[in-house]
Ligand binder design. Structure first.
Ligand code: PAZ
Length: 323
């Protein structure tokens, strides 16, 4: 595989040369409705979750995937809802989703939670309480119009949907948070350079040539939602790179927070980089024992970010008053 780092494509040009997802119009209408039904001081968060795929063929049989189960995003969405946020959950199809994340992806499978008694299928008694709580929460938040789920699969789906949602919430300003936990591919094959049909193995080894994905955080921060509170995530595997890359992102895009995490310790520890704390980031950590006992680090991450978001809203209101 060769990676073409020189040919950077302008973010706007990207949308001219790639097809939108089939659910774009549906997502536009639903997000528009969702936003319009919220009260004027309702805090809203867009949580992105799961990994994007990059197809290798236009009629796709094979694709390159990005690592992410969707644990961070789905667990965070639950915490945001518990803290009173309205949540737009932009997630990779078949990755973990709020409230049913505990049942959908474990090795036992959904049927292992059920039994048949006197001909009736029911949840096993040992799961009744937990499943009941999750079901109640899921139904409550969806019926109250506080949770909207929009799915993507490919990088292109994700970018179109991210732009669409951004443009729909932009006018709400500081009370909207972007929590960009999805793992988004850095490389892709433009549609016009892709094989139309399934790549054949008859010609031997496969060499791929991939272009760099335009840096969409730049237009997001500068043009699409300049007044919103933006949290991006940075995942690394080399500890030497994590701090420098997080600081670089902050300097380059000028948004509010970078949450940095290492692949192997992401469930126990993250660092919050901000302009003021670029050299001395806040650390959020929980013990391995807590993780094993079922505690999610997202509780602490979301609590801390919601506190900072509240401060951001208050500062913006103060500036409005003194303008
Ligand atoms: O979804 P998950 O819980 O398995 O993983 C979460 C994560 C590591 C993908 C997320 O915390 C993250 O860092 N997202 C950004 C990845 C990136 O640098 O593109």
């Amino acid at each position: 595989m060769t990676l073409d780092m020189r040919r950077t494509i302008d973010p706007d040009t990207y949308f001219d040369h790639n097809l939108p997802p089939t659910n774009l119009q549906w997502a536009h209408d639903e997000v528009d409705k969702f936003v319009k039904t919220q009260s004027p001081d309702q805090r809203i968060v867009l949580v992105t979750s799961g990994g994007t795929t990059v197809p290798l063929e236009n009629n796709t049989v094979r694709f390159v995937d990005n690592f992410s189960a969707g644990t961070r995003g789905s667990s965070s969405a639950e915490q945001f809802l518990a803290m009173g946020y309205a949540v737009i959950f932009l997630y990779r199809e078949q990755s973990l989703q709020p409230f049913n994340r505990n049942y959908s992806h474990n090795t036992r499978g959904i049927l292992s939670y059920l039994e048949r008694i006197n001909g009736q299928i029911r949840v096993k008694p040992e799961w009744e309480e937990k499943m009941g709580r999750d079901l109640d929460s899921y139904q409550k938040y969806t019926q109250e119009g506080k949770l909207l789920m929009v799915n993507f699969t490919t990088l292109s789906d994700y970018l179109f949907l991210l732009r669409e949602v951004s443009l729909l919430v932009a006018s709400l300003g500081p009370r909207v948070m972007f929590y960009l936990a999805a793992a988004v591919s850095d490389f892709f094959i433009p549609s016009h350079s892709m094989s139309e049909h399934k790549i054949q193995s008859a010609s031997g080894d496969l060499t791929l040539h991939m272009n760099q994905v335009p840096k969409f955080l730049r237009p997001l921060v500068k043009n699409w939602v300049p007044l919103c509170f933006i949290v991006s995530f940075k995942l690394e595997t080399d500890p030497e790179l994590l701090g420098p890359k997080a600081r670089h992102a902050l300097e380059k895009y000028g948004h509010q927070v970078v949450v940095a995490n290492m692949l192997n310790t992401r469930k126990c520890q993250v660092w919050l980089f901000t302009k003021e704390e670029a050299q001395n980031p806040a650390i959020i950590q929980i013990s391995k024992e807590d993780v094993d006992a079922g505690k999610d680090i997202e509780q602490d991450i979301v609590e801390e970010l919601a506190r900072r978001h509240q401060q951001y809203i208050a500062n913006a209101q103060q500036q409005d008053l003194s303008a």
